[in-house]
Design a protein around this ligand. Structure first.
Ligand code: SF4
Length: 348
């Protein structure tokens, strides 16, 4: 079996070089070619001697997801359908702004968590991604925009899948993304979003290299949350918030709570007051995300009035609350919409 390189850390590539009887620094050169220069072909790795390039061509592979389709939104966001080596497809969303680009990555193909407002849940879990498949999403999509890249890149682990249910692989990918000697995306620009997997949050708290944490809360009582997110029966609100209170924030860091606003379901003034009570005292911000339409779902978007009142009540209670309108809604790229939908317009 050839060795898959795209997922190996610097140390592992140095070990591989040593196993091949080469100086360990050849591993550094390979690492640089892969993650800094984005080389795909061994013959392009001209920082390595010809003999090593030839050996790599025979004994190693670099497998990147392939772009199966691009759906371009009127607001500039692009939903990529990416095909993995086994034929499964996942989604990655590209969101350009004036001085940065944000990539929303998948950590699993499909998802087992079954949040009722989320289109991905309808797919079920197809499989976990590998670290190479997570990092590969960044490499492929950045390369697709190589001539127009903005100076900063943000990454959110918020696409298909629950990152904390593919914990080791996700953290390996984060270490690769954040390595200053490699892809060099600072940890403060990487956010992991969870549906509230409490053991995963507690484990993440102990990591030296860890992304920022966002928790998808979406309700203010257990009854309401369990109806929207069955995972709440396993990890109820009190347990989830206890893990958040114990979470060791770095000096520059805040927790993020995401709250998908569903008209008539979780957007009342009482909900706003309860939410303020629940997260009071935490160094946190709340992102209010008006629900994005998904075909065949029983929810509706909140009214502008409900949204404004909700935000005002939170702010009056001393909470940092923002309204975040998801991008790419017209191409089903927005939060909760990722379900491999192929649009009639087809790939561009
Ligand atoms: S919201 Fe996230 S965790 Fe919930 S079903 Fe969708 S992808 Fe899974």
């Amino acid at each position: 079996m050839p060795t898959e390189l795209l997922q190996l850390t610097l140390d592992e590539l140095r070990q591989l070089a040593a196993q091949w009887g080469e100086p360990a620094y050849r591993g550094n050169q390979l690492y640089h070619a892969l993650y800094v220069e984005h080389r795909r072909q061994f013959e392009q790795m001209t920082n390595l001697p010809l003999s090593i390039r030839q050996r790599l061509a025979g004994e190693a592979t670099i497998t990147l997801p392939e772009i199966a389709a691009r759906y371009v939104s009127a607001d500039g966001a692009i939903r990529y359908l990416l095909r993995l080596a086994d034929g499964k497809t996942i989604e990655t969303v590209w969101m350009p702004e004036s001085n940065r680009q944000t990539l929303c990555l998948s950590t699993q193909a499909g998802c087992a968590v079954d949040c009722h407002f989320c289109a991905t849940a309808q797919l079920g879990l197809l499989r976990n991604l590998t670290a190479g498949e997570i990092v590969g999403q960044v490499l492929v999509v950045l390369d697709d925009h190589r001539d127009t890249l903005r100076p900063r890149t943000n990454v959110v682990l918020m696409g298909q899948g629950e990152p904390l249910l593919n914990y080791d692989v996700t953290l390996r990918a984060v270490r690769l993304l954040a390595d200053p000697a490699g892809m060099n995306i600072p940890l403060r620009r990487i956010t992991l979003s969870t549906s509230g997997i409490v053991p995963g949050i507690r484990r993440l708290a102990g990591e030296v290299v860890r992304p920022k944490l966002a928790v998808s809360l979406n309700a203010t009582t257990d009854e309401q949350r369990s109806a929207l997110m069955p995972i709440n029966r396993k990890y109820p609100i009190a347990e989830l918030l206890a893990a958040c209170r114990d979470y060791p924030l770095r000096p520059w860091e805040r927790l993020t709570f995401e709250y998908v606003m569903l008209g008539g379901t979780n957007d009342s003034p009482e909900d706003a007051r309860r939410l303020a009570g629940l997260i009071g005292g935490l160094r946190a911000k709340i992102n209010l995300i008006p629900w994005n339409a998904v075909p065949d779902q029983p929810y509706r978007a909140p009214t502008e009035d409900a949204l404004d009142t909700f935000q005002r009540l939170l702010r009056e209670a001393g909470c940092l609350a923002f309204i975040r309108r998801s991008r790419g809604q017209d191409v089903f790229a927005a939060c909760g919409q990722l379900a491999l939908l192929e649009l009639p317009a087809g790939p561009d």
